[in-house]
Design a binder for this molecule. Structure first.
Ligand SMILES: [Zn+2]
Ligand SMILES: [Zn+2]
Length: 450
């Protein structure tokens, strides 16, 4: 319900006391006695009916990741700002324009995490996980925060599921991580997706490619959008995946990073492709695929779908062999990805809102009193049981059972208590049968499980 309250809205400037409630409001707080609250623009509630797909995706991800030997890590929602400035790159859109950054009460610069990789790497270094195993395989899930334009159909609090594998630069790990990502899509029945891969080179060959690229771009500077004018100096590879038309025309004829790979990077890329072929995972090479983040090396990839219009990337990731060292740890190669939960959930079909196995239509206090222990025992066995809490009549209760989509309804009123027999109704076939009250819940459980 959208309600805007215009009258009685007061702007209180100093630490002001509401005389009635005695509450203290921070200075500058605008409030009203009858304020109706709404979520902040771009920040959404995920309601029952929508959450089931998200839960199903999270379950699938956990189960697939754990079968590949990945363990969950819970990272904090906020970190010191410097971590993201260094870890993501000071010249990226995220750091330049999109981070939620504020001073906390001690004057420390804090940022709500815009992505998960930098915090995971921070934790890896801080807890010296490199000493515990040669390769550390972690996954995370939770909200991320970016101040993006809401009209672009993006959320400012959005959810990601991601993995990071730290400690090996072997192409086998690239293949494993990609196989794992595809397995999650398979598991949730989202099959109309396309895997695009590329190689961005490494410290040995990328500087040379960058130089070649800049030389080519230099002759087309006038055609670039404002962002790309700036990127030309700070991060020219990003121009390759600019979505603006003028930039795309120039990028289409740009030299390819694949033509500038050193022998090691070329061999690595070839082995990744061979591995995917052996596992029969279809992919296409997209030479214009670059990641927005500075620390990516060699393998970069994206999962795209045509089903969501222009916003077509649903997962993305790549190798970041320089990041751990950049954040103060020992030189450690790594690779990972993040999946966009809302976008993938919106592609999932046939997700049903859970419905009750059985609805107890209980008439009168005595029926409630006698049936509660039965309900508790059923629930203890994992049976979904619903009941009426309003004290309505049988017709009203049957209506509720229908509305909730209950498979069965068990009716117990005064007559049933007297005769010692409840009536069980199959809500789909309307067939009814009697069940001895003293035998509950066993026969009921048998019918529900059959
Ligand atoms: Zn551009
Ligand atoms: Zn190289």
């Amino acid at each position: 319900m959208l309600v805007f309250v215009k009258d009685k809205t007061v702007d209180r400037n100093s630490q002001d006391k509401d005389i009635k409630s005695g509450l203290t409001f921070p200075s500058g707080c605008v409030y009203s006695d009858a304020m109706k609250f709404q979520s902040i623009r771009g920040v959404n509630d995920i309601l029952p009916g929508e959450i089931e797909a998200v839960q199903r995706l999270e379950e699938a991800a956990r189960s697939v990741f754990e079968s590949f030997g990945f363990s969950e890590i819970r990272i904090p929602i906020f970190e010191v700002t410097e971590l993201f400035a260094r870890g993501i790159g000071a010249t990226t859109d995220i750091v330049e324009k999109e981070m939620y950054t504020f001073d906390d009460r001690d004057g420390k610069k804090i940022t709500l995490r815009p992505e998960g990789t930098a915090p995971v790497v921070r934790a890896y270094i801080e807890h010296q996980l490199n000493l515990k195993a040669p390769v550390t395989k972690l996954y995370y899930l939770g909200p991320m925060f970016r101040h993006e334009r809401p009209q672009a159909g993006r959320f400012r609090q959005f959810y990601q599921i991601g993995v990071e594998a730290l400690g090996t630069d072997r192409p086998t790990m690239d293949v494993e991580v990609l196989a794992m990502l595809m397995a999650v899509f398979q598991n949730v029945g989202v099959t109309e997706v396309r895997l695009e891969i590329n190689s961005l080179g490494d410290a040995a060959c990328r500087p040379h490619y960058r130089k070649t690229l800049k030389a080519y771009f230099k002759t087309h500077l006038a055609q670039f959008c404002e962002d790309c004018q700036r990127r030309y100096e700070t991060n020219p590879m990003r121009i390759l995946d600019c979505k603006k038309e003028g930039c795309r025309a120039v990028a289409a004829k740009a030299p390819s990073p694949l033509d500038h790979l050193c022998a090691e990077c070329l061999a690595h890329f070839q082995q990744v492709k061979d591995g995917l072929n052996r596992l029969k995972i279809p992919f296409v090479v997209n030479e214009h695929l670059v990641r927005g983040l500075d620390y990516y090396t060699r393998t970069a990839f994206e999962i795209t779908t045509t089903k969501l219009g222009a916003q077509n990337a649903v997962a993305a990731g790549g190798r970041y062999d320089g990041l751990v060292e950049e954040l103060g740890g020992p030189p450690t190669p790594g690779i990972g990805f993040a999946m966009g939960v809302e976008r993938i959930a919106s592609l999932m079909e046939g997700i049903e809102t859970p419905r009750p196995d059985v609805f107890f239509a209980l008439l009168g206090e005595e029926a409630v009193r006698q049936m509660l222990p039965v309900i508790v025992r059923l629930r203890g066995h994992g049976v979904r049981v619903e009941m009426d809490y309003s004290g309505g009549g049988l017709k009203k209760q049957m209506g509720l059972a229908d509305k909730l989509g209950a498979r069965y309804t068990l009716m117990v009123g005064e007559n049933e208590l007297k005769s010692g027999k409840a009536i069980l109704r199959d809500m789909a076939t309307k067939a009814q049968e009697e069940i001895l009250l003293t035998t509950l819940p066993d026969p009921l459980m048998k019918i529900i499980r059959s």
